[in-house]
Design a protein around this ligand. Structure first.
Ligand code: 2P0
Length: 339
Protein backbone atom coordinates (compact mmCIF):
# COMPACT_ATOMS: atom_id res chain seq x y z
CA UNK A 1 0.00 0.00 0.00
CA UNK A 2 1.09 3.59 -0.71
CA UNK A 3 -0.18 6.31 1.60
CA UNK A 4 0.24 10.10 2.01
CA UNK A 5 -1.21 12.63 4.45
CA UNK A 6 -1.35 16.42 3.89
CA UNK A 7 -2.92 19.50 5.43
CA UNK A 8 -4.16 22.63 3.63
CA UNK A 9 -5.25 26.04 4.94
CA UNK A 10 -8.38 28.15 4.58
CA UNK A 11 -8.17 31.37 2.57
CA UNK A 12 -10.31 34.50 2.78
CA UNK A 13 -10.62 36.72 -0.29
CA UNK A 14 -9.97 40.47 -0.18
CA UNK A 15 -10.94 40.72 -3.87
CA UNK A 16 -13.74 38.22 -4.40
CA UNK A 17 -14.09 35.52 -7.02
CA UNK A 18 -17.69 35.63 -8.22
CA UNK A 19 -18.73 34.37 -11.64
CA UNK A 20 -17.44 31.79 -14.12
CA UNK A 21 -16.91 32.02 -17.85
CA UNK A 22 -16.60 28.22 -18.04
CA UNK A 23 -18.58 26.11 -15.56
CA UNK A 24 -16.80 22.83 -16.26
CA UNK A 25 -13.19 24.01 -16.18
CA UNK A 26 -14.06 26.57 -13.46
CA UNK A 27 -12.65 29.60 -15.25
CA UNK A 28 -13.54 32.89 -13.51
CA UNK A 29 -14.61 36.20 -15.03
CA UNK A 30 -12.21 38.17 -12.81
CA UNK A 31 -8.97 37.88 -10.87
CA UNK A 32 -9.27 37.42 -7.10
CA UNK A 33 -6.84 37.88 -4.22
CA UNK A 34 -6.83 36.29 -0.79
CA UNK A 35 -5.02 35.91 2.49
CA UNK A 36 -4.22 32.39 3.68
CA UNK A 37 -5.05 31.70 7.33
CA UNK A 38 -2.84 29.82 9.73
CA UNK A 39 -3.25 26.04 9.72
CA UNK A 40 -2.85 26.08 13.53
CA UNK A 41 -6.39 27.31 13.83
CA UNK A 42 -8.16 25.91 10.80
CA UNK A 43 -7.19 23.41 8.14
CA UNK A 44 -8.28 20.42 6.13
CA UNK A 45 -6.36 17.17 6.63
CA UNK A 46 -6.47 14.44 4.00
CA UNK A 47 -4.96 10.97 3.84
CA UNK A 48 -4.96 9.22 0.47
CA UNK A 49 -4.00 5.56 0.10
CA UNK A 50 -3.66 3.33 -2.96
CA UNK A 51 -3.67 -0.48 -2.77
CA UNK A 52 -4.14 -3.38 -5.16
CA UNK A 53 -6.85 -4.79 -2.89
CA UNK A 54 -9.13 -1.70 -3.03
CA UNK A 55 -12.19 -2.42 -5.19
CA UNK A 56 -13.35 1.16 -5.88
CA UNK A 57 -12.45 4.74 -4.99
CA UNK A 58 -13.97 5.63 -1.62
CA UNK A 59 -13.86 8.92 0.24
CA UNK A 60 -14.88 9.73 3.82
CA UNK A 61 -15.40 13.37 4.76
CA UNK A 62 -15.57 14.13 8.49
CA UNK A 63 -16.28 10.46 9.17
CA UNK A 64 -19.04 9.97 6.59
CA UNK A 65 -18.71 8.31 3.20
CA UNK A 66 -19.29 10.80 0.38
CA UNK A 67 -19.65 10.05 -3.33
CA UNK A 68 -16.26 10.19 -5.06
CA UNK A 69 -16.60 8.26 -8.32
CA UNK A 70 -19.94 10.08 -8.88
CA UNK A 71 -18.41 13.50 -8.16
CA UNK A 72 -17.24 14.94 -11.51
CA UNK A 73 -15.07 17.62 -9.86
CA UNK A 74 -13.20 15.13 -7.64
CA UNK A 75 -12.78 12.69 -10.53
CA UNK A 76 -11.45 15.47 -12.78
CA UNK A 77 -8.83 16.38 -10.15
CA UNK A 78 -7.79 12.72 -9.86
CA UNK A 79 -7.57 12.25 -13.67
CA UNK A 80 -5.47 15.41 -14.07
CA UNK A 81 -2.99 14.29 -11.37
CA UNK A 82 -2.82 10.79 -12.90
CA UNK A 83 -2.12 12.28 -16.34
CA UNK A 84 0.74 14.39 -14.96
CA UNK A 85 2.19 11.34 -13.23
CA UNK A 86 1.88 9.24 -16.40
CA UNK A 87 3.50 11.96 -18.53
CA UNK A 88 6.46 12.14 -16.16
CA UNK A 89 6.69 8.37 -15.79
CA UNK A 90 6.69 8.90 -12.04
CA UNK A 91 4.17 6.23 -11.10
CA UNK A 92 5.04 4.34 -7.95
CA UNK A 93 2.13 1.91 -8.40
CA UNK A 94 -0.18 0.82 -11.27
CA UNK A 95 -2.54 3.62 -12.38
CA UNK A 96 -5.50 1.21 -12.13
CA UNK A 97 -5.15 0.89 -8.35
CA UNK A 98 -8.14 2.34 -6.50
CA UNK A 99 -7.90 4.90 -3.70
CA UNK A 100 -9.28 5.25 -0.21
CA UNK A 101 -9.34 8.88 0.93
CA UNK A 102 -10.07 10.18 4.42
CA UNK A 103 -10.54 13.92 4.87
CA UNK A 104 -11.35 16.03 7.93
CA UNK A 105 -11.75 19.73 8.61
CA UNK A 106 -10.59 20.92 12.00
CA UNK A 107 -12.64 24.13 11.74
CA UNK A 108 -14.55 24.89 14.90
CA UNK A 109 -18.18 24.16 13.99
CA UNK A 110 -18.99 27.71 15.03
CA UNK A 111 -16.63 29.18 12.45
CA UNK A 112 -19.18 28.31 9.79
CA UNK A 113 -16.70 28.80 6.98
CA UNK A 114 -17.03 27.26 3.57
CA UNK A 115 -14.71 24.30 3.55
CA UNK A 116 -14.41 23.57 -0.16
CA UNK A 117 -11.29 25.71 -0.68
CA UNK A 118 -9.18 23.97 1.97
CA UNK A 119 -10.82 20.61 1.19
CA UNK A 120 -10.05 20.52 -2.54
CA UNK A 121 -6.61 22.08 -2.07
CA UNK A 122 -5.83 19.32 0.40
CA UNK A 123 -7.26 16.56 -1.79
CA UNK A 124 -5.18 17.68 -4.78
CA UNK A 125 -2.05 18.12 -2.67
CA UNK A 126 -2.44 14.65 -1.12
CA UNK A 127 -3.07 13.04 -4.53
CA UNK A 128 -0.04 14.84 -5.96
CA UNK A 129 2.15 13.44 -3.18
CA UNK A 130 0.70 9.99 -3.67
CA UNK A 131 1.38 10.03 -7.44
CA UNK A 132 4.71 11.92 -7.11
CA UNK A 133 3.67 15.13 -8.93
CA UNK A 134 5.40 18.49 -8.29
CA UNK A 135 3.64 21.29 -6.39
CA UNK A 136 4.02 24.02 -9.04
CA UNK A 137 1.56 22.40 -11.39
CA UNK A 138 -1.25 22.03 -8.92
CA UNK A 139 -3.25 25.26 -8.69
CA UNK A 140 -4.87 24.76 -12.10
CA UNK A 141 -5.97 21.32 -10.92
CA UNK A 142 -7.25 22.43 -7.49
CA UNK A 143 -9.21 25.15 -9.34
CA UNK A 144 -11.19 22.41 -11.09
CA UNK A 145 -12.28 21.01 -7.72
CA UNK A 146 -13.48 24.36 -6.42
CA UNK A 147 -12.36 27.71 -7.79
CA UNK A 148 -11.21 29.23 -4.51
CA UNK A 149 -9.20 26.07 -3.70
CA UNK A 150 -6.41 27.16 -6.05
CA UNK A 151 -5.59 30.01 -3.66
CA UNK A 152 -5.13 27.65 -0.68
CA UNK A 153 -1.99 26.05 -2.15
CA UNK A 154 0.16 29.02 -1.06
CA UNK A 155 0.59 30.88 2.22
CA UNK A 156 0.53 34.66 2.61
CA UNK A 157 -1.14 36.80 -0.09
CA UNK A 158 -2.26 34.91 -3.17
CA UNK A 159 -3.68 36.07 -6.50
CA UNK A 160 -5.75 33.84 -8.74
CA UNK A 161 -5.17 35.10 -12.28
CA UNK A 162 -8.32 34.55 -14.33
CA UNK A 163 -6.27 33.78 -17.43
CA UNK A 164 -7.30 34.35 -21.02
CA UNK A 165 -7.13 30.91 -22.60
CA UNK A 166 -10.10 28.63 -23.16
CA UNK A 167 -8.34 25.56 -21.77
CA UNK A 168 -7.57 27.13 -18.37
CA UNK A 169 -3.83 26.52 -18.46
CA UNK A 170 -3.20 30.17 -17.52
CA UNK A 171 -5.96 30.35 -14.88
CA UNK A 172 -3.63 29.76 -11.96
CA UNK A 173 -2.87 31.08 -8.49
CA UNK A 174 0.47 32.71 -7.75
CA UNK A 175 1.87 34.17 -4.53
CA UNK A 176 1.87 37.98 -4.28
CA UNK A 177 3.84 38.12 -1.02
CA UNK A 178 4.73 35.51 1.58
CA UNK A 179 3.22 35.84 5.06
CA UNK A 180 6.59 36.96 6.47
CA UNK A 181 6.07 40.15 4.47
CA UNK A 182 3.28 41.34 6.78
CA UNK A 183 3.27 39.18 9.88
CA UNK A 184 1.33 41.55 12.12
CA UNK A 185 -1.75 41.38 9.90
CA UNK A 186 -4.50 39.52 11.77
CA UNK A 187 -7.94 38.17 11.03
CA UNK A 188 -10.89 37.95 13.40
CA UNK A 189 -13.82 35.78 12.42
CA UNK A 190 -17.17 36.85 13.76
CA UNK A 191 -19.80 34.16 13.53
CA UNK A 192 -23.31 35.42 13.19
CA UNK A 193 -26.28 33.22 14.00
CA UNK A 194 -28.47 32.70 11.00
CA UNK A 195 -31.11 30.11 10.25
CA UNK A 196 -31.78 31.00 6.62
CA UNK A 197 -30.71 28.60 3.90
CA UNK A 198 -28.30 30.30 1.53
CA UNK A 199 -27.93 29.76 -2.18
CA UNK A 200 -24.63 27.90 -2.66
CA UNK A 201 -21.71 29.90 -4.06
CA UNK A 202 -21.69 27.76 -7.21
CA UNK A 203 -25.39 28.42 -7.88
CA UNK A 204 -25.31 32.03 -6.68
CA UNK A 205 -22.51 33.05 -9.03
CA UNK A 206 -24.10 31.16 -11.94
CA UNK A 207 -27.36 33.09 -11.43
CA UNK A 208 -25.39 36.34 -11.11
CA UNK A 209 -23.63 35.80 -14.45
CA UNK A 210 -27.01 35.05 -16.07
CA UNK A 211 -28.99 37.94 -14.60
CA UNK A 212 -26.86 40.73 -13.08
CA UNK A 213 -25.73 43.76 -15.09
CA UNK A 214 -23.53 44.98 -12.25
CA UNK A 215 -21.36 41.84 -12.35
CA UNK A 216 -20.21 42.70 -15.88
CA UNK A 217 -19.29 46.24 -14.81
CA UNK A 218 -17.36 44.96 -11.78
CA UNK A 219 -15.38 42.37 -13.75
CA UNK A 220 -14.46 44.80 -16.53
CA UNK A 221 -13.99 48.15 -14.81
CA UNK A 222 -13.50 47.60 -11.07
CA UNK A 223 -11.53 44.43 -10.34
CA UNK A 224 -8.51 45.09 -12.60
CA UNK A 225 -7.79 48.49 -10.99
CA UNK A 226 -8.66 47.24 -7.51
CA UNK A 227 -6.37 44.23 -7.80
CA UNK A 228 -3.44 46.36 -8.96
CA UNK A 229 -4.09 48.84 -6.13
CA UNK A 230 -4.32 46.18 -3.42
CA UNK A 231 -1.12 44.49 -4.62
CA UNK A 232 0.55 47.90 -4.30
CA UNK A 233 -0.94 48.39 -0.80
CA UNK A 234 0.37 44.96 0.26
CA UNK A 235 3.85 45.73 -1.09
CA UNK A 236 3.86 49.08 0.82
CA UNK A 237 2.25 47.75 4.02
CA UNK A 238 -0.47 50.37 3.51
CA UNK A 239 -3.18 49.00 5.82
CA UNK A 240 -5.66 51.86 5.30
CA UNK A 241 -5.60 51.34 1.52
CA UNK A 242 -5.85 47.55 1.83
CA UNK A 243 -8.77 47.99 4.22
CA UNK A 244 -10.70 50.40 2.02
CA UNK A 245 -10.31 48.24 -1.10
CA UNK A 246 -11.32 45.11 0.84
CA UNK A 247 -14.48 46.73 2.22
CA UNK A 248 -15.46 48.23 -1.12
CA UNK A 249 -15.04 44.89 -2.86
CA UNK A 250 -17.07 43.04 -0.23
CA UNK A 251 -19.83 45.66 -0.54
CA UNK A 252 -19.83 45.40 -4.32
CA UNK A 253 -19.91 41.60 -4.25
CA UNK A 254 -23.02 41.73 -2.03
CA UNK A 255 -24.51 44.42 -4.27
CA UNK A 256 -24.13 41.95 -7.15
CA UNK A 257 -25.81 39.26 -5.05
CA UNK A 258 -28.76 41.65 -4.64
CA UNK A 259 -28.63 42.56 -8.34
CA UNK A 260 -29.06 38.85 -9.13
CA UNK A 261 -32.60 37.87 -10.10
CA UNK A 262 -34.08 36.47 -7.92
CA UNK A 263 -31.69 38.11 -5.43
CA UNK A 264 -29.26 36.22 -3.21
CA UNK A 265 -29.24 37.65 0.31
CA UNK A 266 -26.14 36.51 2.18
CA UNK A 267 -25.74 39.19 4.85
CA UNK A 268 -28.29 39.67 7.63
CA UNK A 269 -29.10 42.41 10.16
CA UNK A 270 -26.15 41.50 12.39
CA UNK A 271 -23.79 41.52 9.39
CA UNK A 272 -25.00 45.05 8.56
CA UNK A 273 -24.56 46.06 12.21
CA UNK A 274 -20.94 44.83 11.99
CA UNK A 275 -20.40 46.99 8.87
CA UNK A 276 -21.71 50.01 10.78
CA UNK A 277 -19.59 49.11 13.80
CA UNK A 278 -16.39 48.97 11.70
CA UNK A 279 -17.02 52.34 10.07
CA UNK A 280 -17.94 53.90 13.45
CA UNK A 281 -14.80 52.41 15.04
CA UNK A 282 -12.55 53.77 12.28
CA UNK A 283 -14.20 57.19 12.58
CA UNK A 284 -13.81 57.22 16.38
CA UNK A 285 -10.08 56.37 16.25
CA UNK A 286 -9.51 58.81 13.39
CA UNK A 287 -7.92 56.33 10.98
CA UNK A 288 -8.78 53.12 9.15
CA UNK A 289 -7.64 50.39 11.54
CA UNK A 290 -10.29 47.78 10.80
CA UNK A 291 -11.73 46.21 7.64
CA UNK A 292 -14.60 43.79 7.11
CA UNK A 293 -15.27 41.30 4.38
CA UNK A 294 -18.23 38.92 4.00
CA UNK A 295 -18.38 35.77 1.86
CA UNK A 296 -21.54 33.97 0.77
CA UNK A 297 -23.02 34.06 4.27
CA UNK A 298 -23.60 36.39 7.22
CA UNK A 299 -20.26 35.81 9.04
CA UNK A 300 -17.70 38.60 9.07
CA UNK A 301 -13.94 38.39 8.63
CA UNK A 302 -12.24 41.43 10.08
CA UNK A 303 -8.71 42.42 9.13
CA UNK A 304 -6.59 44.48 11.52
CA UNK A 305 -3.05 44.81 12.82
CA UNK A 306 -1.92 42.74 15.79
CA UNK A 307 -1.46 45.78 18.03
CA UNK A 308 -5.16 46.65 17.66
CA UNK A 309 -6.56 43.17 18.39
CA UNK A 310 -7.28 43.74 22.11
CA UNK A 311 -8.95 47.13 21.69
CA UNK A 312 -11.08 45.83 18.80
CA UNK A 313 -12.10 42.71 20.72
CA UNK A 314 -13.14 44.85 23.69
CA UNK A 315 -15.18 47.12 21.41
CA UNK A 316 -16.83 44.10 19.75
CA UNK A 317 -17.75 42.57 23.12
CA UNK A 318 -19.20 45.90 24.14
CA UNK A 319 -21.25 46.39 20.97
CA UNK A 320 -22.32 42.75 20.51
CA UNK A 321 -22.65 41.31 24.05
CA UNK A 322 -23.46 37.60 24.27
CA UNK A 323 -26.86 38.12 25.81
CA UNK A 324 -27.98 40.74 23.27
CA UNK A 325 -30.20 40.09 20.29
CA UNK A 326 -27.40 41.09 17.92
CA UNK A 327 -24.73 38.79 19.37
CA UNK A 328 -21.78 37.24 17.59
CA UNK A 329 -21.08 33.65 18.44
CA UNK A 330 -17.36 33.24 18.05
CA UNK A 331 -14.40 35.54 17.78
CA UNK A 332 -10.88 34.40 17.10
CA UNK A 333 -7.58 36.04 16.22
CA UNK A 334 -5.87 34.14 13.45
CA UNK A 335 -2.53 35.23 12.04
CA UNK A 336 -1.84 34.55 8.40
CA UNK A 337 -0.06 31.35 7.50
CA UNK A 338 3.59 30.75 6.80
CA UNK A 339 4.27 27.71 4.66
C1 2P0 B 1 -14.07 33.97 -2.81
N1 2P0 B 1 -16.27 32.82 -2.72
O1 2P0 B 1 -13.35 34.61 -3.59
C2 2P0 B 1 -15.58 34.03 -3.04
C3 2P0 B 1 -16.24 35.10 -2.24
C4 2P0 B 1 -17.41 33.07 -1.88
C5 2P0 B 1 -17.56 34.54 -1.82
O2 2P0 B 1 -14.90 31.54 -3.86
O3 2P0 B 1 -18.22 26.91 -7.74
O4 2P0 B 1 -16.82 27.50 -3.42
O5 2P0 B 1 -16.64 25.67 -6.25
O6 2P0 B 1 -15.79 27.40 -7.83
O7 2P0 B 1 -14.87 28.30 -4.84
C6 2P0 B 1 -16.78 30.46 -3.10
O8 2P0 B 1 -16.80 29.83 -4.35
O9 2P0 B 1 -17.15 28.06 -5.87
C7 2P0 B 1 -15.93 31.65 -3.24
P1 2P0 B 1 -16.93 26.97 -6.98
P2 2P0 B 1 -16.31 28.34 -4.57
O10 2P0 B 1 -13.60 33.32 -1.85
Amino acid sequence: MFIETCIAPVNIALIKYWGKRDEELILPINDSLSVTLSTDEMCAKTTAAAASSFKRHIMWLNGEEVPFEQNPRAMRCLKEIQQLALAKEQLKFPIEWKLHIVSRNNFPTAAGLASSAAGYACLVYALAHLYGVQKEELTAIARQGSGSACRSLYGGFVRWHMGKSNDGTDSIALPVAPCEHWQDLHVLILVVNDARKKTSSTKGMQLAVETSDLIKYRAQYCVPQRTAAIVDAIKKHDFAKLAEITMRDSNQFHAIALDTYPPCVYMNDVSHAIVEFVHAFNKAVGEVKLAYTFDAGPNACLYLLERDVSIVLAAIKNSFPNDAEQSVEYVKGIPIACD
